[in-house]
Design a protein around this ligand. Structure first.
Ligand code: BG6
Ligand code: MG
Length: 220
């Protein structure tokens, strides 16, 4: 049986994906990289800040030292954190609050598994923090998705074995990470059909779907 659901943050619980894109786009313009697009941003979903930076820099033809790259990643993060200043509960995506309440009523533990080092700040600003039993994020791990570490840390914090956890994701790296962790996966978001998750759903609110997913028990 599934006893815990681990949610990705950006693009699953909150609409911060758009802000990540705007902050990277601003940095790209300043570096005279004018061909960074939303399509490039799709490949940044789920992966770490430094890996996301590499995707932007690949669009230009300047080589940077590691020290310079760290400064660029910090610059992007400062833009992003500035944008988070006005973040509030209106950034919580549709059906999320209702789904979290429904899971809680069923005695399901709720975790967050995100690459973002800004996870605690975002959960606090959007008012989601009290609904979450355990947070695992970029601060807790050394390897990012598609490595399973972030989800394994979340399961550990929830005191559950991996095979009793279901991951909700909107990124390919995240679905691969869930599988590598030995967890079932539910894909949401515009790319959900392409992510090769165990399930995909347009809404987080179908009680029948949750019943089906939570009842799953499987052996390794
Ligand atoms: C993920 C986003 O959740 O967090 C990525 O999907 C982002 O696009 C990553 O690069 C790291 O986020 P942060 O806030 O630590 O820069
Ligand atoms: Mg995401």
């Amino acid at each position: 049986m599934i006893k815990g659901v681990i949610f990705d943050l950006d693009g699953v619980l909150v609409s911060t994906d758009e802000l990540h894109y705007e902050a990277w786009a601003k940095l790209a313009r300043e570096l005279n990289i004018n061909n960074y697009t939303k399509e490039d941003n799709k490949a940044q979903k789920g992966i770490s800040r430094m890996e996301s930076l590499e995707i932007v820099l690949k669009k230009g033809n300047i080589a940077y030292t590691e020290k310079e790259k760290e400064a660029l990643a910090d610059r992007k993060n400062n833009y992003y954190v500035e944008m988070l200043d006005s973040l509030n509960d209106s950034a919580v995506l549709k059906d999320v609050k209702e789904a979290l309440a429904m899971l809680k009523n069923r005695g399901i533990k709720i975790g967050v598994g995100s690459a973002s080092k800004n996870t605690p700040l975002i959960l606090e600003k959007t008012g989601l923090e009290p609904s979450i039993d355990a947070v695992s994020c970029g601060i807790d791990v050394t390897k990012s998705k598609p490595d399973p570490e972030v989800f394994l840390v979340a399961a550990k914090k929830l005191c559950l074995p991996p095979n009793e956890c279901l991951v909700v994701e909107d990124s390919y790296a995240g679905v691969v990470a869930a599988k590598a962790a030995g967890m079932k996966s539910l894909a949401v978001g515009p790319e959900r059909k392409l992510l090769e998750a165990d399930y995909d759903s347009e809404t987080l609110l179908s009680e029948t779907d949750w019943d089906l997913m939570l009842k799953i028990s499987y052996n390794f």
